[in-house]
Ligand binder design. Structure first.
Ligand SMILES: [Zn+2]
Length: 74
């Protein structure tokens, strides 16, 4: 069995299922709770711009992720 862990919180992900319990952002692998935190963190920024722009959203997500990996938490 393959063991995977979140790049941010370093927790082991039980029963890893892509897009259900683990998510890939560029080269990083993120657990569900960290993903939820990211989405919460960038929500205000995302809503500030109308209409919704996917590229901008992806960039926010990526910047937020890079910071979180450095800090070790979302
Ligand atoms: Zn995590």
């Amino acid at each position: 069995m393959v063991t995977v862990s979140c790049d941010v919180c370093k927790k082991k992900i039980d029963n890893p299922i892509t897009d259900r319990t683990l998510f890939y952002y560029d080269k990083h692998l993120v657990c569900e709770s960290c993903k939820d935190s990211f989405e919460f963190n960038i929500r205000t920024d995302v809503r500030a711009v109308n209409p919704f722009i996917m590229d901008r959203y992806r960039k926010l997500m990526r910047d937020s992720l890079d910071k979180a990996v450095q800090k070790g938490r979302a």
